[in-house]
Design a protein around this ligand. Structure first.
Ligand code: NOJ
Length: 519
């Protein structure tokens, strides 16, 4: 398919701000909007084009904001609507766009709608906004079907009058009924509310959720947590979801340059491409790099598959190595010094790609996952599925400066997740002046990506022959060359002039666990 006209997001570098953990301005140990505003200079220096802010709306915080009780207001924990407006204006003044999360699959159980659904009782229009059903078996004591929650256990919770309600995530996150007109109208209001304030777009949470098939048939219990794969899983990717995306797109099209990216965990390429049709989402997250271990052959396959879907749909490819739901790259690749070296190498591979990049706060510092004691964990998954499922390790606050926790993140050392005592060498202040630091590598790479002509050509990659455990490709004619070495020996460089390396060359050769850019 012919690519659509390039737009600002087609090759933008987005930076995910996990709001709770970026910067705390009021000393409660939790990040907030004013904290982000106060660190905009840093984001400008880093060289990102746009932010994705995780939910900062009113919420009881059962899933740290992904349980929204009012989608058109700011939770006092994070500030005020006024703080948001100031942040937006100041980011725009620096040429940084701002996109925000929306959570259309579910609300909080403290949302007015859910409270009135409980009060109004079975058969009421209030219950129609959610998925209430009678149970199976004698006296309806068994859940209505066998669906399991992504956070473990049954996806149904029983209410005092005997009915059950569906929640694909925590019990505090009841799923909305997308066949209900109020639900659709409310999302439209929410989109317009933030677009009218000036946001540049949205990240749509669980964008393959929302629609559920009539009759809610049983799932294959072997289906993976987020659905799809070879097993029948009616919880996700129901055909009806596309109507929702068409509705969203109609609203966005009224606002010039507004965009949406969907969080879509669909394994089948053809199914994924459907979300990128011209009247649906502009971008879909691509989690292939996140799911691939540090091996050149496996990475090459992931890259080729990642390029195929958007190419077929005429949309830009997207790339991400980490986010607030997955282990940080430095730890995924083995941890320690080797993990950081590999994460730096993969940063160069990722930033060499044509398309849109999504960075996650702290990856530019080479932060590892933090191993927290179970009593310090705050993720609802840790409670239902056990500490090994906790996502807290990748959500620890950002170390800004100083030698001890909270490293300038907050005024209090009692941060919402404890910060490790050995992060003095990882702070922004320590890394900024150090030319060898991971932060300096990211800054240089982002600057080259933005300014060097070798990045302006080639939406396709031409692969070179390379030794075992390595790959090399070129972007178009005269475009950037990138080589990755995941083997245990150093290798000769492809011909060309070196622009940047993820670790020093060894006698002119590319060291193990390293990547290089050449022109
Ligand atoms: C995906 C979000 O990224 C994750 O943090 C959240 O728990 C689930 N969606 C549920 O909203």
């Amino acid at each position: 398919m012919r690519p659509r006209r390039p737009s600002w997001w087609s090759d933008a570098v987005f930076y995910e701000v996990y709001v709770r953990s970026f910067a705390d301005s009021d000393g409660d140990g939790i990040g907030d909007l004013e904290g982000i505003r106060s660190r905009l200079d840093y984001l400008e220096q880093l060289g990102v084009d746009a932010l994705w802010l995780t939910p900062f709306y009113r919420s009881p915080m059962a899933d740290h904001g992904y349980d929204v009780s009012h989608p058109r207001d700011v939770d006092p924990m994070f500030g005020t609507l006024g703080d948001f407006d100031v942040l937006l204006t100041e980011a725009h003044r620096r040429g940084i766009r701002v996109t925000v999360d929306v959570v259309p699959n579910h609300t909080s159980n403290q949302h007015e709608w859910f409270k009135s659904a409980l009060a109004a009782g079975r058969g009421s229009p209030e219950r129609e906004r959610y998925l209430f059903r009678d149970g199976r078996g004698p006296r309806g004591a068994e859940p209505p079907n066998n669906w399991v929650s992504v956070f473990g256990g049954p996806a149904w919770t029983r209410v005092p009058d005997g009915q059950w309600y569906l929640h694909l995530f925590a019990p505090q996150q009841p799923d909305l009924n997308w066949a209900n007109a109020d639900v659709r109208y409310d999302l439209e209001r929410t989109l317009r509310f933030w677009l009218d304030r000036g946001v540049d777009g949205f990240r749509i949470d669980v964008a393959h959720g929302m629609s559920k098939p009539p009759g809610l048939p049983d799932m294959d219990p072997r289906a993976p947590e987020f659905g799809g794969g070879e097993y029948y899983d009616p919880r996700f990717d129901d055909d009806g979801v596309h109507e929702v995306h068409q509705m969203i797109r109609k609203v966005l099209d009224e606002y010039p340059d507004a965009m949406a990216v969907g969080e879509i965990w669909v394994h089948d390429e053809e199914r994924l491409a459907r979300y990128l049709r011209p009247d649906e989402l502009h971008l879909a997250f691509n989690f292939r790099l996140v799911l691939t271990h540090f091996d050149a052959d496996a990475m090459r396959t992931s890259i080729e598959r990642s390029l195929a879907v958007p190419r077929a749909a005429g949309a830009p490819a997207t790339w991400t190595l980490s986010n607030h739901d997955v282990w940080r790259a430095a730890s995924r690749y083995g941890g320690g010094a080797a993990g950081v070296r590999r994460a730096r190498a993969m940063a160069l591979v990722e930033l060499a790609m044509p398309g849109t990049i999504y960075l996650y706060q702290g990856e530019e510092l080479g932060l590892p996952n933090v191993s927290l004691p179970p009593e310090a964990m705050a993720d609802p998954r840790a409670r239902t599925q056990g500490p090994e499922y906790s996502r807290d390790g990748e959500r620890v606050p950002i170390p800004w400066e100083g030698t001890l926790p909270p490293y300038g993140f907050s005024r209090t050392p009692h941060t919402w997740l404890p910060m490790p005592p050995d992060w003095a060498g990882l702070t922004v202040a320590r890394q900024l002046p150090d030319p060898e630091s991971t932060l300096s590598l990211y800054r240089r790479a982002l600057q080259l990506r933005k300014t060097h002509p070798a990045f302006r050509v080639g939406d396709d990659l031409e692969w070179y022959g390379a030794p075992a455990g390595c790959f090399a490709f070129r972007r178009g004619r005269g475009g950037l060359i990138c080589a990755l070495n995941t083997s245990a020996s150093s290798i000769a460089l492809p011909p060309g002039e070196v622009l940047l390396t993820s670790s020093p060359l060894v006698e002119g050769r590319l060291a193990p666990d390293s990547a290089v850019w050449l022109v």
